[in-house]
Write a protein that binds this ligand. Structure first.
Ligand SMILES: [Zn+2]
Ligand SMILES: [Zn+2]
Length: 81
């Protein structure tokens, strides 16, 4: 599957692969593109933000996520509610 040279394609900031922008999600922290494949794997941040989050003090550890299709909007900056 290497036919992703569409106008839609963007580089995932987590795995570095070129994937469809319309199927991806924004990074939880900075809003850059995360491909759907990474989202399925539970990735919610780009590589950079993930490194920052990993080095940050654990605020809410042991939080079972990614059991639903939609990512849980807890610290999202999106208009909700
Ligand atoms: Zn990816
Ligand atoms: Zn990020």
């Amino acid at each position: 599957m290497s036919e992703l040279r569409e106008r839609d394609a963007m580089i995932c900031r987590s795995c570095g692969e070129e994937e469809r922008a319309s199927e991806g999600y924004p990074c939880k922290d900075c809003g850059t593109f995360i491909c759907i494949m990474c989202v399925f794997k539970g990735v919610v941040r780009c590589e950079r933000c993930n490194a920052v989050a990993a080095s940050a003090p654990p605020a809410a550890a042991s939080h079972s996520t990614s059991s639903h299709a939609a990512p849980a909007p807890q610290e999202m900056d999106w208009p909700e509610h």
